[in-house]
Design a protein around this ligand. Structure first.
Ligand code: G3P
Length: 227
């Protein structure tokens, strides 16, 4: 298991066809190579079915895209915490816009993940939810306005205020919490702006997964921390 360091680029591979099968491992290796080359911490969240093979293939933090608030054992078609832990995941996204959760379940999973040594990145959609989730003291919250996800305009350009205000809201209730932003993030300029707005990095998907040259895209994203 590899810890999440700040500043962080977290790459969610979602279930895009571009990363199905062996291609998730290939893209995770590109993330690893760029992380080693630049010294920037890059974590990858592969499709759930590829979690174990990606963990075995790279030496960067590998995240689950989700954990269900169910016990490991007599449950079918779920992702219990124990499964993610046993296969060597470094942590998990929780409450992604595409996989919303009840706050009571987020709260118990944040506690249980910490006990199990798993980092948590709790996704949020607005400032009030950011504040509520930061109060649960996850490792990170990640503000992602749903309407900007998968689009061409970065949240840092379309709505810098929601990023800045989320940073303030999160740190106001939980000074130690890391704050990421995401939705439409594509390049080093977006990363530099995210840093300027007070975040600890970005959470993105299509800007890497759908890039013609993911390595070039990642190098550009990582360069944003030097601007
Ligand atoms: O989990 C990251 C995601 O929701 C943002 O997606 O494609 O806008 O970078 P994208």
């Amino acid at each position: 298991m590899t810890a999440l360091k700040k500043p962080l680029i977290a790459v969610n591979l979602k279930t895009y066809p571009e990363v199905s099968g062996a291609r998730a491992v290939a893209l995770a290796k590109v993330c690893e190579s760029v992380s080693n080359e630049t010294g920037v911490s890059i974590a990858v969240a592969p499709p759930m079915t590829d979690l174990a093979v990606v963990v075995q293939s790279v030496d960067i933090p590998v995240l689950s895209q989700h954990i269900d608030a169910v016990q490991q054992g007599s449950t079918t078609g779920h992702v219990p915490l124990g499964v993610v832990s046993a296969c060597g995941g470094a942590g998990t996204l929780l409450n992604h816009s595409e996989r919303r959760m009840r706050i009571a379940d987020i709260a118990s999973l944040v506690v249980d993940c910490r006990k199990a040594g798993l980092a948590t990145i709790v996704c949020t959609n607005d400032i009030a939810v950011t504040r509520a989730c930061a109060a649960l003291e996850p490792d990170f919250v990640a503000i992602e306005p749903p309407e900007l996800i998968g689009g061409d305009v970065s949240v840092t350009t379309a709505n810098p205020a929601i990023v800045r205000d989320s940073v303030d809201a999160a740190r106001g209730v939980s000074p130690g919490v890391g704050v990421l932003c995401g939705a439409g993030v594509k390049n080093g300029v977006d990363v530099a702006k995210a840093s300027e707005l007070g975040t600890d990095g970005v959470l993105l998907a299509s800007g890497v997964v759908k890039a013609g040259d993911p390595r070039k895209a990642l190098l550009d994203l990582a360069s944003g921390f030097n601007e």
